[in-house]
Design a protein around this ligand. Structure first.
Ligand SMILES: Nc1ncnc2c1ncn2[C@@H]1O[C@H](COP(=O)(O)OP(=O)(O)O)[C@@H](O)[C@H]1O
Ligand SMILES: O=P(O)(O)OC[C@H]1O[C@](O)(COP(=O)(O)O)[C@@H](O)[C@@H]1O
Length: 316
Protein backbone atom coordinates (compact mmCIF):
# COMPACT_ATOMS: atom_id res chain seq x y z
CA UNK A 1 0.00 0.00 0.00
CA UNK A 2 1.27 3.45 -0.87
CA UNK A 3 2.13 5.52 2.21
CA UNK A 4 2.33 8.98 0.58
CA UNK A 5 5.42 10.89 1.74
CA UNK A 6 8.54 10.20 3.77
CA UNK A 7 11.15 12.84 4.55
CA UNK A 8 14.69 11.88 5.51
CA UNK A 9 16.94 14.20 7.51
CA UNK A 10 20.41 12.86 8.19
CA UNK A 11 21.53 15.93 10.13
CA UNK A 12 18.57 17.47 12.00
CA UNK A 13 18.94 20.44 14.31
CA UNK A 14 17.30 22.40 17.06
CA UNK A 15 16.94 25.92 15.68
CA UNK A 16 17.43 28.68 18.25
CA UNK A 17 15.86 31.67 16.54
CA UNK A 18 16.12 35.29 17.65
CA UNK A 19 16.15 38.97 16.73
CA UNK A 20 18.67 41.73 17.25
CA UNK A 21 18.56 45.12 15.48
CA UNK A 22 22.11 44.84 14.19
CA UNK A 23 24.84 42.25 14.78
CA UNK A 24 28.15 43.75 15.82
CA UNK A 25 30.98 41.33 15.05
CA UNK A 26 33.39 40.78 17.92
CA UNK A 27 30.99 42.44 20.41
CA UNK A 28 28.44 41.15 22.92
CA UNK A 29 25.09 41.12 21.08
CA UNK A 30 21.82 40.94 23.00
CA UNK A 31 19.32 38.77 21.16
CA UNK A 32 15.59 38.51 21.80
CA UNK A 33 14.63 34.82 21.62
CA UNK A 34 11.76 34.16 19.21
CA UNK A 35 11.80 30.37 19.40
CA UNK A 36 13.60 27.08 19.90
CA UNK A 37 12.33 24.52 17.41
CA UNK A 38 13.04 20.88 16.70
CA UNK A 39 13.90 21.29 13.03
CA UNK A 40 16.21 20.39 10.18
CA UNK A 41 15.24 20.37 6.56
CA UNK A 42 13.14 17.19 6.25
CA UNK A 43 11.39 17.82 9.55
CA UNK A 44 10.35 21.30 8.41
CA UNK A 45 9.08 19.83 5.13
CA UNK A 46 7.12 17.20 7.06
CA UNK A 47 5.58 19.86 9.27
CA UNK A 48 4.30 21.82 6.27
CA UNK A 49 2.91 18.69 4.62
CA UNK A 50 1.20 17.51 7.78
CA UNK A 51 -0.38 20.95 8.22
CA UNK A 52 -1.69 20.59 4.67
CA UNK A 53 -3.27 17.25 5.57
CA UNK A 54 -0.75 14.77 4.15
CA UNK A 55 0.34 11.69 6.10
CA UNK A 56 4.08 11.91 6.60
CA UNK A 57 6.71 9.53 7.91
CA UNK A 58 9.96 11.09 9.12
CA UNK A 59 13.29 9.31 9.16
CA UNK A 60 17.00 9.92 9.41
CA UNK A 61 19.34 10.11 12.37
CA UNK A 62 18.85 11.71 15.79
CA UNK A 63 21.17 12.06 18.78
CA UNK A 64 20.09 10.14 21.88
CA UNK A 65 21.09 12.76 24.44
CA UNK A 66 18.63 15.51 23.46
CA UNK A 67 15.96 13.60 21.56
CA UNK A 68 12.95 14.71 23.67
CA UNK A 69 12.06 17.85 21.70
CA UNK A 70 11.85 15.85 18.49
CA UNK A 71 9.78 13.07 20.03
CA UNK A 72 7.40 15.67 21.41
CA UNK A 73 7.04 17.33 18.01
CA UNK A 74 6.39 14.01 16.25
CA UNK A 75 3.69 13.14 18.79
CA UNK A 76 2.09 16.61 18.63
CA UNK A 77 1.95 16.57 14.84
CA UNK A 78 1.14 12.88 14.43
CA UNK A 79 4.22 12.17 12.30
CA UNK A 80 5.24 8.52 11.96
CA UNK A 81 8.74 8.28 13.45
CA UNK A 82 11.31 6.06 11.71
CA UNK A 83 14.39 7.91 12.97
CA UNK A 84 17.39 5.85 13.99
CA UNK A 85 18.89 6.96 17.28
CA UNK A 86 22.67 7.40 17.47
CA UNK A 87 24.94 8.23 20.38
CA UNK A 88 25.57 11.93 21.06
CA UNK A 89 23.59 15.13 20.70
CA UNK A 90 21.68 16.56 17.77
CA UNK A 91 23.23 19.94 16.93
CA UNK A 92 21.79 23.34 17.82
CA UNK A 93 21.80 25.93 15.03
CA UNK A 94 21.52 29.63 15.79
CA UNK A 95 19.55 31.93 13.50
CA UNK A 96 19.50 35.66 14.15
CA UNK A 97 17.33 38.07 12.16
CA UNK A 98 18.37 41.75 11.97
CA UNK A 99 16.06 44.71 11.45
CA UNK A 100 16.52 44.76 7.66
CA UNK A 101 15.42 41.11 7.49
CA UNK A 102 18.93 39.69 7.00
CA UNK A 103 19.37 36.35 8.75
CA UNK A 104 22.72 35.09 10.03
CA UNK A 105 22.86 31.29 10.33
CA UNK A 106 25.36 29.58 12.59
CA UNK A 107 25.03 25.91 11.71
CA UNK A 108 26.98 23.84 14.22
CA UNK A 109 28.20 20.27 13.98
CA UNK A 110 26.47 17.55 15.98
CA UNK A 111 26.77 13.80 16.46
CA UNK A 112 29.19 11.65 14.50
CA UNK A 113 27.85 8.62 12.65
CA UNK A 114 29.79 5.36 13.07
CA UNK A 115 30.23 2.89 10.19
CA UNK A 116 27.84 0.49 11.98
CA UNK A 117 25.21 3.22 12.38
CA UNK A 118 25.42 4.03 8.69
CA UNK A 119 25.20 0.38 7.58
CA UNK A 120 22.19 -0.13 9.78
CA UNK A 121 20.55 3.06 8.55
CA UNK A 122 21.09 2.15 4.89
CA UNK A 123 19.65 -1.31 5.33
CA UNK A 124 16.69 -0.11 7.34
CA UNK A 125 15.76 2.87 5.13
CA UNK A 126 16.00 0.85 1.92
CA UNK A 127 13.60 -1.70 3.42
CA UNK A 128 10.78 0.85 3.74
CA UNK A 129 11.22 3.75 1.28
CA UNK A 130 9.60 1.79 -1.55
CA UNK A 131 6.21 2.05 0.20
CA UNK A 132 5.98 5.80 -0.42
CA UNK A 133 4.69 7.89 -3.33
CA UNK A 134 7.45 10.44 -2.71
CA UNK A 135 10.57 10.50 -0.61
CA UNK A 136 12.33 13.75 0.23
CA UNK A 137 15.99 13.74 1.28
CA UNK A 138 17.19 17.07 2.55
CA UNK A 139 19.93 18.82 4.45
CA UNK A 140 23.61 18.41 5.13
CA UNK A 141 25.48 15.26 6.15
CA UNK A 142 26.70 14.66 9.70
CA UNK A 143 30.31 13.72 10.30
CA UNK A 144 31.01 10.07 9.46
CA UNK A 145 28.99 9.75 6.24
CA UNK A 146 31.33 9.67 3.24
CA UNK A 147 30.17 11.45 0.09
CA UNK A 148 30.51 8.36 -2.15
CA UNK A 149 28.53 6.32 0.38
CA UNK A 150 25.83 8.97 0.27
CA UNK A 151 25.73 8.88 -3.55
CA UNK A 152 25.38 5.08 -3.53
CA UNK A 153 22.56 5.24 -0.99
CA UNK A 154 20.77 7.93 -3.02
CA UNK A 155 21.06 5.76 -6.14
CA UNK A 156 19.58 2.80 -4.27
CA UNK A 157 16.81 5.06 -2.96
CA UNK A 158 16.05 6.27 -6.48
CA UNK A 159 15.60 2.63 -7.55
CA UNK A 160 13.10 2.05 -4.74
CA UNK A 161 11.20 5.31 -5.07
CA UNK A 162 11.33 7.08 -8.45
CA UNK A 163 9.83 10.30 -7.06
CA UNK A 164 12.88 11.29 -5.07
CA UNK A 165 13.00 14.95 -4.01
CA UNK A 166 16.37 16.37 -2.97
CA UNK A 167 17.46 19.61 -1.28
CA UNK A 168 20.96 20.07 0.00
CA UNK A 169 24.04 22.26 -0.35
CA UNK A 170 27.76 22.20 -1.05
CA UNK A 171 29.48 18.79 -1.36
CA UNK A 172 26.37 16.87 -0.24
CA UNK A 173 24.39 18.55 -3.03
CA UNK A 174 27.00 17.53 -5.61
CA UNK A 175 27.08 13.96 -4.26
CA UNK A 176 23.29 13.61 -4.22
CA UNK A 177 22.86 15.05 -7.71
CA UNK A 178 24.97 12.18 -9.06
CA UNK A 179 21.97 9.95 -8.31
CA UNK A 180 19.74 12.07 -10.61
CA UNK A 181 16.86 12.65 -8.20
CA UNK A 182 13.43 13.39 -9.66
CA UNK A 183 13.20 16.93 -8.27
CA UNK A 184 15.88 19.19 -6.87
CA UNK A 185 15.53 22.60 -5.20
CA UNK A 186 18.78 24.51 -4.84
CA UNK A 187 18.74 28.18 -3.93
CA UNK A 188 20.69 30.54 -6.20
CA UNK A 189 23.88 30.36 -4.10
CA UNK A 190 23.76 26.56 -3.96
CA UNK A 191 23.27 26.36 -7.72
CA UNK A 192 26.21 28.74 -8.24
CA UNK A 193 28.43 26.59 -6.05
CA UNK A 194 27.39 23.47 -7.98
CA UNK A 195 27.95 25.25 -11.32
CA UNK A 196 31.27 26.73 -10.17
CA UNK A 197 30.38 30.19 -11.47
CA UNK A 198 28.22 33.21 -10.68
CA UNK A 199 24.71 33.13 -12.19
CA UNK A 200 23.73 36.80 -12.22
CA UNK A 201 20.99 36.72 -14.87
CA UNK A 202 17.83 34.66 -15.09
CA UNK A 203 19.16 33.26 -18.37
CA UNK A 204 22.28 31.97 -16.54
CA UNK A 205 20.09 30.24 -13.97
CA UNK A 206 17.95 28.69 -16.66
CA UNK A 207 21.05 27.40 -18.48
CA UNK A 208 22.36 25.80 -15.27
CA UNK A 209 18.92 24.31 -14.57
CA UNK A 210 18.83 22.87 -18.10
CA UNK A 211 22.23 21.27 -17.50
CA UNK A 212 20.79 19.52 -14.46
CA UNK A 213 17.78 18.42 -16.53
CA UNK A 214 20.16 16.99 -19.13
CA UNK A 215 21.60 14.84 -16.35
CA UNK A 216 18.24 13.16 -15.87
CA UNK A 217 16.65 15.41 -13.24
CA UNK A 218 13.01 15.96 -14.25
CA UNK A 219 12.19 19.01 -12.16
CA UNK A 220 14.65 21.76 -11.26
CA UNK A 221 13.29 24.46 -8.96
CA UNK A 222 15.69 27.27 -8.13
CA UNK A 223 14.62 29.43 -5.21
CA UNK A 224 15.65 33.06 -5.46
CA UNK A 225 14.85 34.48 -2.02
CA UNK A 226 12.64 37.58 -2.18
CA UNK A 227 12.73 37.33 -5.99
CA UNK A 228 10.73 34.11 -5.86
CA UNK A 229 11.49 30.87 -7.67
CA UNK A 230 12.09 29.44 -11.12
CA UNK A 231 10.84 25.98 -12.12
CA UNK A 232 12.15 24.21 -15.21
CA UNK A 233 10.71 20.88 -16.35
CA UNK A 234 9.81 19.05 -19.59
CA UNK A 235 6.68 21.19 -20.07
CA UNK A 236 8.37 24.58 -19.76
CA UNK A 237 9.78 27.14 -17.37
CA UNK A 238 7.93 29.41 -14.92
CA UNK A 239 8.92 32.22 -12.62
CA UNK A 240 6.93 33.03 -9.48
CA UNK A 241 7.39 36.21 -7.46
CA UNK A 242 5.99 36.64 -3.93
CA UNK A 243 4.59 39.97 -2.73
CA UNK A 244 6.75 42.10 -0.42
CA UNK A 245 6.56 40.45 3.00
CA UNK A 246 7.18 41.58 6.55
CA UNK A 247 10.19 39.43 7.47
CA UNK A 248 10.23 37.76 10.88
CA UNK A 249 12.60 34.92 9.91
CA UNK A 250 13.54 33.45 6.55
CA UNK A 251 14.67 30.24 8.28
CA UNK A 252 12.77 27.35 6.76
CA UNK A 253 11.64 29.32 3.70
CA UNK A 254 13.32 26.83 1.36
CA UNK A 255 11.90 23.87 3.30
CA UNK A 256 8.44 25.44 3.14
CA UNK A 257 8.80 25.77 -0.60
CA UNK A 258 9.81 22.09 -0.87
CA UNK A 259 6.78 21.14 1.23
CA UNK A 260 4.51 23.15 -1.07
CA UNK A 261 6.05 21.61 -4.18
CA UNK A 262 5.57 18.07 -2.86
CA UNK A 263 1.98 18.85 -1.88
CA UNK A 264 1.05 20.23 -5.31
CA UNK A 265 2.73 17.37 -7.16
CA UNK A 266 1.13 14.79 -4.90
CA UNK A 267 -2.29 16.32 -5.58
CA UNK A 268 -1.64 16.18 -9.34
CA UNK A 269 -1.79 19.96 -9.73
CA UNK A 270 -0.22 21.74 -12.72
CA UNK A 271 3.32 23.11 -12.44
CA UNK A 272 1.92 26.66 -12.43
CA UNK A 273 -0.51 25.98 -9.61
CA UNK A 274 2.09 24.03 -7.65
CA UNK A 275 4.71 26.79 -7.98
CA UNK A 276 2.18 29.43 -6.94
CA UNK A 277 1.21 27.35 -3.92
CA UNK A 278 4.82 26.62 -2.93
CA UNK A 279 5.75 30.30 -3.26
CA UNK A 280 2.80 31.27 -1.07
CA UNK A 281 3.70 28.66 1.57
CA UNK A 282 7.27 30.04 1.62
CA UNK A 283 6.05 33.65 1.80
CA UNK A 284 3.93 32.78 4.84
CA UNK A 285 6.96 31.10 6.42
CA UNK A 286 9.10 34.27 6.26
CA UNK A 287 6.42 36.24 8.08
CA UNK A 288 6.55 33.92 11.13
CA UNK A 289 9.31 32.63 13.42
CA UNK A 290 8.68 28.97 12.60
CA UNK A 291 7.61 26.96 9.54
CA UNK A 292 4.10 25.61 9.03
CA UNK A 293 0.74 26.48 7.53
CA UNK A 294 -1.69 27.20 10.33
CA UNK A 295 -4.25 29.22 8.38
CA UNK A 296 -5.52 27.83 5.07
CA UNK A 297 -7.40 31.02 4.23
CA UNK A 298 -4.18 33.05 4.66
CA UNK A 299 -2.53 30.62 2.25
CA UNK A 300 -5.32 31.02 -0.30
CA UNK A 301 -5.09 34.81 0.02
CA UNK A 302 -1.30 34.73 -0.36
CA UNK A 303 -1.62 32.56 -3.49
CA UNK A 304 -3.64 35.29 -5.21
CA UNK A 305 -0.80 37.77 -4.52
CA UNK A 306 1.93 35.64 -6.13
CA UNK A 307 2.86 36.84 -9.62
CA UNK A 308 3.52 33.95 -11.96
CA UNK A 309 4.48 33.81 -15.58
CA UNK A 310 5.88 31.39 -18.09
CA UNK A 311 9.46 32.11 -19.13
CA UNK A 312 9.39 32.05 -22.90
CA UNK A 313 12.25 31.11 -25.20
CA UNK A 314 12.77 34.83 -25.92
CA UNK A 315 13.21 35.68 -22.25
CA UNK A 316 15.52 32.69 -21.82
N1 LIG B 1 12.13 38.04 1.70
C1 LIG B 1 11.26 37.17 1.18
N2 LIG B 1 10.00 37.56 0.87
C2 LIG B 1 9.10 36.68 0.35
N3 LIG B 1 9.38 35.39 0.10
C3 LIG B 1 10.62 34.95 0.38
C4 LIG B 1 11.62 35.80 0.95
N4 LIG B 1 12.74 35.08 1.13
C5 LIG B 1 12.44 33.84 0.70
N5 LIG B 1 11.18 33.76 0.25
C6 LIG B 1 10.50 32.59 -0.31
O1 LIG B 1 11.12 31.43 0.14
C7 LIG B 1 11.67 30.70 -0.94
C8 LIG B 1 12.96 30.05 -0.50
O2 LIG B 1 13.88 31.03 -0.09
P1 LIG B 1 15.43 30.96 -0.47
O3 LIG B 1 16.12 31.96 0.38
O4 LIG B 1 15.60 31.08 -1.92
O5 LIG B 1 15.79 29.45 -0.10
P2 LIG B 1 16.58 28.78 1.10
O6 LIG B 1 15.75 29.02 2.33
O7 LIG B 1 16.65 27.35 0.71
O8 LIG B 1 17.92 29.47 1.13
C9 LIG B 1 11.84 31.69 -2.07
O9 LIG B 1 11.78 31.04 -3.33
C10 LIG B 1 10.65 32.62 -1.84
O10 LIG B 1 9.48 32.06 -2.42
O1 LIG C 1 21.15 20.58 7.01
P1 LIG C 1 21.69 21.97 6.80
O2 LIG C 1 21.97 22.27 5.37
O3 LIG C 1 22.87 22.22 7.70
O4 LIG C 1 20.56 22.97 7.21
C1 LIG C 1 19.92 22.87 8.44
C2 LIG C 1 19.15 24.11 8.72
O5 LIG C 1 18.28 24.35 7.64
C3 LIG C 1 16.94 24.53 8.09
O6 LIG C 1 16.25 23.33 7.81
C4 LIG C 1 16.32 25.70 7.38
O7 LIG C 1 16.50 25.54 5.99
P2 LIG C 1 16.01 26.58 4.90
O8 LIG C 1 16.10 27.94 5.52
O9 LIG C 1 16.92 26.35 3.75
O10 LIG C 1 14.60 26.19 4.58
C5 LIG C 1 17.04 24.73 9.58
O11 LIG C 1 15.91 24.23 10.26
C6 LIG C 1 18.30 24.01 9.94
O12 LIG C 1 18.93 24.59 11.03
Amino acid sequence: MSRRVATITLNPAYDLVGFTPEIERGEVNLVETTGLHAAGKGINVAKVLKNLGVDVTVGGLLGRENIEGFEQLFTELGLVNRFQVVEGRTRINIKVTEKGGDVTDLNFSGFEVSAENWQHFKQDSLSWVGQFDMVCVSGSLPKGIALDEFTDWMKALRQQCPCLVFDSSRAALDAGLLASPWLVKPNRRELEMWAGRALPELSDIITAAQTLRDQGISHVVVSLGADGALWVNASGAWLAKPPACNIVSTVGAGDSMVGGLIYGLLMGETSEHTLRLATAVAALAVSQSNVGVTDRSALAAMMTRVELHSVTEQQQ
